[in-house]
Design a protein around this ligand. Structure first.
Ligand SMILES: O=C(O)CCC(=O)C(=O)O
Ligand SMILES: [Fe+2]
Length: 351
């Protein structure tokens, strides 16, 4: 019995659980429009081979359009007694998120999975019909917010052009690490962009690239003006959040293909302005973004949420998120396409 199926575009043999992401990468490479994709055929390919129970846990997505119309049903999935720890919702809604729509929370309990099943089975790739506003999704610990196809809908930005401009106009490097005397390298390329004002007011601009304390290889961030399209996307992101924050710093990650990854971590927030969110916009190849509860918090159960971040999708990690979740982009060795993530932050100074 084989777990591998043939990609309709490049004919390579791919594990059935990875075929959707793989096809996305193929479409990217061939510059095909999403409508060229044969959804029925793809769905057939994604079905588990006979006799293999399906585990969709790592293919879970944000709630599709319409889900927010049933808040009671979703909210009722979380027993009132278990919501004591959920203090982060207020940070988001109080933060004035424009058009925020709560869909309640989901949990990873078996009962919850069973109740969600009828909704999730109707999920489809593309999300053409989903909201162009933020939709919240989360676990008992913390909600994050997602806006599918933000770039296409709100910034009216050609994501391919933005990806190419970021790749070509910025200087990328692979940071090195030295943990306990052991040298290593990151498995992705990074660079950063900052506002003129942030650069002007920071004493040591060369240290601004990484928020990981153990990384070296930093370079001075480029100025936003250097990539005007990125600057206009920044303004659209600010707009989405009611211009409450000025995202004066953007840390960019480039995953050259599915072998590049970032392991589970929480961002250091020493340098982040208190209360501000971290907003990520994805360009290029679809990758899984995994949120899981930190080992050092007292969770009732281990919470885990996997979101597929597609080209143009936006994700908001509100303040408080880093305290309860680790997040990461795991390697997916069969993926061929590249992804760039733009992580917009509000920082105090470069340091
Ligand atoms: O690429 C992503 O979506 C995540 C990047 C990330 O975790 C980071 O920049 O801290
Ligand atoms: Fe991060």
């Amino acid at each position: 019995m084989s777990h591998f199926v043939k990609c309709p575009f490049c004919s390579s043999e791919v594990h059935y659980l990875l075929i959707q992401s793989h096809v996305n990468a193929c479409l990217d490479l061939n510059e095909a429009a999403p409508s060229d994709q044969p959804p029925a055929k793809l769905r057939r390919l994604m079905a588990p081979p006979a006799g293999i129970p399906r585990d969709e846990s790592h293919l879970q997505e944000a709630p599709p359009a319409g889900m927010h119309q049933h808040p009671q049903r979703l909210c009722s999935l979380v027993p009132a007694s278990s919501s004591g720890q959920r203090t982060f919702r207020d940070n988001l809604s109080g933060g004035g998120l424009n058009g925020m729509e709560w869909v309640g929370t989901t949990t990873v309990t078996k009962e919850a999975e069973a109740s969600i099943a009828p909704v999730s089975s109707s999920r489809q790739r593309g999300d053409e019909s989903s909201s162009n506003k933020l939709v919240s999704v989360g676990t008992r610990l913390c909600d994050v917010a997602v806006c599918r196809r933000f770039l296409q809908r709100n910034a009216q930005c050609d994501s391919r052009t933005l990806l190419l401009e970021c790749r070509q106009r910025l200087t990328w490097n692979v940071p090195t690490t030295n943990i306990g005397g052991k040298a290593g390298t990151y498995h992705r390329e990074m660079c950063a962009v900052a506002t003129q004002q942030l650069l002007a007011t920071s004493k040591d601009t060369a240290k601004g690239v990484h928020d990981a304390r153990d990384a070296s290889g930093s370079t001075t961030p480029a100025m936003y003006d250097h990539v005007p399209l990125l600057d206009s996307v920044r303004h659209e992101v600010e707009n989405l959040l009611d211009n409450k924050w000025e995202f004066n710093y953007c840390l960019l990650n480039r995953y050259r293909d599915g072998r590049d990854f970032v392991g589970p971590h929480s961002d250091h927030e020493d340098n982040i302005v208190k209360g501000s969110p971290i907003v990520t916009v994805s360009l290029g190849c679809t990758r899984d973004f995994v949120l899981e509860s930190r080992d050092d918090i007292q969770a009732v159960t281990k919470e885990k949420l996997t979101l597929m971040m597609r080209d143009g999708d936006l994700l908001v990690m509100p303040t408080g998120c880093q305290q309860v979740y680790k997040h990461g982009v795991p390697a997916r060795r069969n993926l061929l396409g590249e992804r760039i993530s733009l992580t917009f932050r509000v920082v105090k100074a470069l340091m």
